[in-house]
Design a protein around this ligand. Sequence first.
Ligand code: ATP
Ligand code: MG
Length: 560
Amino acid sequence: MKESENTSTNFIKQIIDSDIESGKHETTYTRFPPEPNGFLHIGHAKAICLNFGIKASYNGKCNLRFDDTNPVKEEDTYVESIKKDVAWLGFEWNNLCYASDYFDQLYQWAEMLIQKGKAYVDEQSGEDISKQRTTPQEPGIESPYRNRPQEESLRLFREMKEGKHKDGSMVLRAKIDMTSPNMHLRDPIMYRILKKSHHRTGNKWKIYPNYDFAHGQSDYIEGITHSLCTLEFEVHRPLYDWFLDQIADPGKTRPRQIEFARLNLTYTIMSKRKLLELVEGKYVNGWDDPRIPTISGLRRRGYTPASIRLFSDRVGIAKRENTIDVGLLEWAVREDLNKISQRRLAVMDPLKVVITNYPENKSEELEAINNPEDLSAGKRTMPFSRELYIEQKDFMMDPPRKFYRLGPGREVRLRYGYFITCNDVIQDENGNVKELHCTYDPETKGGKSPDGRKVKGTIHWVSKPHAVPVEIRLYDRLFSVENPSDVPEGGDFKDNINPDSLVVNTALAEPSVKKIPPETHIQFERNGYFYVDPDTTDDNMVINETVPLRDSWSKKSKKK
Ligand code: ATP
Ligand code: MG
């Protein structure tokens, strides 16, 4: 496993350290700026951990800011889910902000730019505007409206605001440089007409600012020192700086944009658009389906905030695009769950065992440790009786030498129970094993050998009359290929969906499992980590598989 990122070695922290050393800033002020147009995913979690992690390291501040400049795709439900997710990850924002709170200020700055001759109203179609930008190798073509009188642009811009013009009939553009090799500087659009109701400002605005005219200005208004974003914004940086040059007061804190590589994971789709497609097309059961990498999906799967923070720390901060093995995320969750999960026994695929020398109407309570990693979790008891269940796969009719579990004539230890020896195998007419007849050694209570005799295997079990049925949802990867977006011409990422990503089974668990409340993590010994689903009712306990105990994925895929 990769060494933990030393807190002072990532390149962003080096920049911050030198800004503090030079006296440019006393401390840091960062922000996490999601667009409320979908649920957050593990990639966002990385950006959250980065921004709020800097706040913690430098005793700084961090805002949660909704970048809500596009009323078409944004909704309040997303706002609420995002707030919940950031808080769940364990972070506290200093201010809860909305880019829409700055619409008045942005509008004033836009008028100021028009008055300074640095912005104009263009009445061409979007298509013409983009055609005139041409290619980076050749100069663009200036709009015939580029040099119109400032008063005319100002009048039209005010009319746009008042709703006097149709959607798409005109836009406000910055007047920068139509010959720049950076396409973002070829007179970018600042405002467009959109007669859409906004989730916060209602019908007040008929025009909305574009991302580039809102983001840096919002950073500036909030006093952000380091504005961290993903690499695709690197080419926007000259524009970010150009707008700040126009509006920033030299006496005030000026934010600096720094880019880092977005997180990509094997076997995982992270784009909000594609996640939306999976949800709307019912390929998965909603935004919190445990198979998708949304924070709400991971939570429901049984991931913990600590495991996501650990993962994010191990991934580190890169300057170049890369793809992280999803196994690292699974490793991180095991690390945390190993410490916090109580252990229980449950049989996924039952095989009946009769202990022929155990009295018929007797049962006894055996003591079991709840968590060997945390003895403060205490002990519980498990009923033992004449009839038990073990896993089918813990018995073999003709076992190889290295198979230390049960076979005809073999002895095995029952976890927290006794040693048992298999004497008889009852088969049906097709040779399928129906039940085992075993004897137990009463001297081996608690699994201890009385005479030093060696029993290599320990298997889990439940008492048949006491066992409780629970619904188990077993998850495999949602995509069967490492890079689901890599599809041939005419293909679709959904073609790579694994048809067996969800298997629902009934398992038989020791009775104390019934007392575990929803949203609790458990380890079913030898089976994996599980999480009691919020769908659980008194009649039906639903339990999600979080992750197998060890990396068994490679085995799983070979089986197919
Ligand atoms: P997507 O590309 O998944 O639709 P987005 O970038 O459009 O996501 P935003 O809501 O704009 O989503 O993102 C909020 C913040 O999260 C931005 O600063 C963005 O750079 C960051 N972010 C988004 N995806 C990732 C990722 N995969 N890894 C790291 N940071 C990310
Ligand atoms: Mg975005």
